[in-house]
Design a protein around this ligand. Structure first.
Ligand code: KIV
Ligand code: ZN
Length: 502
């Protein structure tokens, strides 16, 4: 069996389905280019029929990348496939990913159909897609809970209809590693087109029970030759198998003799870029890319690592692109140091004017704190979007403390017009948001409010994520500032800008 493992990245499709993680087209292009540098084989760029935004992103990503296959998702429906074909017209290498639910739960409750009818619809969709592109991937949604004998019949028929890759999603994250591996093995042994190399199998594992990576690995050990993964493991609900974990498993366990095209030194910058653009923090203990993944805190471990890193480190941090941060950014750092750090973090700024603007913001921040961290640099790099907002925070003053009621006065700039209001509240954030609402005068309800832990010092930048409900819809906002009350108000304003856009 061929030992080349293809990496199919679905950060921009399954990953982007996470509420509050939506990217605009420019941001998606930035991620797609980073994925190309990382060495992924396939980029799933979107689900074109789902929205004009997704359609446009597939078009623009197709223009922006050269080597990876650009893939568009469809249901087993002709109009979906027509739209996908149109969206892929500029792709140098293109793939249509079409499919249908095959578990009895999906057949009965979602389609009110029968196994035979679903098989016919699968075949028809693959045949139709093959009229337009040579590379067609078929997915059997909820394959994890699909009866193996029926699944083998569907996969056999899809390959005969022209599928070159067959995806076996564990859509609900239900399978155990042995069970998922056995499913892949069963298919490898019972579907002729797989043993003769007409098509390969792909894994697509969700993490509902925390087994996405283990299941993916088990699938590969049993014959799958493509893995569908996301950066930082983001995705529907508990997420998908994470690209960085699978890539490093293959690299660390060389005896497996399975090769990917991933340039692992780009893992960390890509992880930071995705986390920062999506405002989706990476959990500190996340394997491979978490803040603590290479931090040794116990005395015994520190002693061992100082004697020889191999005592407690199975990976060299440099292999995943974590440098030892030898250049510390302070108010005395120049543009070159800032540009270097941005590059390490996966952000390339070619435009000199943009770089100048960013450098001025950097100096302002560096004046208010001792050292500027990676998180700060990424926050500054992403602040362009805030500059373009129509509602902006002009000023904010709060007084609060023990035994006194908090008071806030606040000014907004709305498309160039200035507004001011003041309010008291239960605390400084409550007072500031009440003042803000006096100007905006909409019935908004704060549903979730998360302050991200300040990691290093009391002068660090605090980050706030918010969910605000307005007119029956949920809006997700983000704000960052060295002042946590200001960060909270900025996050609220981010939500306001989002619903004003709709
Ligand atoms: O989880 C899933 O089943 C999917 C398919 C659409 C491939 O994301
Ligand atoms: Zn999925």
């Amino acid at each position: 069996m061929d030992n080349r493992l293809f990496v199919f990245d679905t950060t921009l499709r399954d990953g982007e389905q996470v509420p509050g993680c939506q990217l605009n087209t420019i941001e998606k292009i930035q991620v797609a280019k980073a994925l190309e540098q990382l060495g992924v084989d396939v980029i799933e760029a979107g689900f074109p029929i789902s929205s004009p935004g997704d359609f446009n992103s597939v078009i623009e990503i197709s223009k922006a990348v050269t080597w990876p296959i650009v893939c568009a998702l469809t249901r087993a429906v002709q109009s979906d496939i027509d739209v996908a074909v149109e969206s892929l017209k500029f792709a140098k290498h293109k793939r249509i990913h079409t499919g249908i639910g095959t578990s009895d739960e999906h057949i009965r409750f979602k389609f009110n159909s029968t196994r035979e009818e679903i098989l016919e619809r699968a075949v028809a969709a693959v045949k139709y897609a093959r009229k337009f592109v040579e590379d067609v991937e078929f997915y059997a949604e909820d394959a994890g809970r699909t009866d193996n004998e029926y699944l083998a019949r569907v996969i056999d028929a899809a390959i005969k209809a022209g599928a070159t890759v067959c995806n076996i999603p564990d859509t609900t994250g239900y399978c155990l590693p042995d069970e998922y591996g056995a499913k892949i093995r069963y298919l490898m042994e019972h579907v002729d087109g797989l043993s003769t190399g007409k098509a390969i199998l792909s894994t697509h594992c969700h993490n509902d029970l925390g087994m996405a990576t283990a299941n993916t690995f088990s699938g590969v050990m049993n014959g799958a030759r493509q893995v569908e993964v996301t950066i930082n493991g983001i995705g529907e609900r508990a997420g998908n198998a994470s690209l960085e974990e699978i890539a490093m498993i293959m690299k660390c366990h060389k005896y497996l003799d399975i090769e990917t095209n991933i340039n692992t030194s780009h893992i960390y910058p890509t992880s930071r870029m995705v986390s920062s653009l999506m405002n989706m923090p990476v959990q500190p203990n996340k394997a491979v890319v978490g803040r603590n993944a290479f931090a040794h805190s116990s005395g015994i471990h520190q002693d061992g690592v100082l004697k020889n890193a191999h005592t407690y480190e199975i990976m060299n941090p440099k292999d995943v692109g974590i440098d030892d941060n030898s250049i510390v950014l302070t108010a005395r750092s120049g543009r070159a140091a800032l540009r270097y750090r941005l590059n390490v973090l996966g952000v390339n700024i070619d435009d000199d004017e943009k770089m100048d603007g960013l450098y001025q913001k950097f100096l302002k921040l560096a004046d208010s704190k001792k050292e500027v961290s990676d998180a700060d640099v990424l926050m500054l790099a992403g602040s362009d979007a805030t500059d373009a907002q129509t509602v902006k925070l002009d000023f904010l003053q709060v007084t609060s403390g023990l035994g006194v009621r908090s008071v806030a006065s606040l000014g907004l700039d709305i498309s160039g017009q200035k507004f001011e209001a003041a309010s008291t509240g239960n605390g400084p954030v409550d007072a500031a948001i009440k003042a803000l609402k006096k100007i905006i005068m909409k019935k908004m309800t704060l549903k979730e409010f998360t302050i991200q832990a300040i990691s290093k010092g009391s002068d660090d930048v605090g980050k706030v994520h918010m969910q605000v409900e307005y007119d029956g819809s949920m809006y997700y906002g983000f704000g960052a500032d060295t002042d946590i009350v200001t960060a909270s108000v900025k996050a609220y304003i981010d939500c306001i800008n989002k619903f004003r856009k709709n």
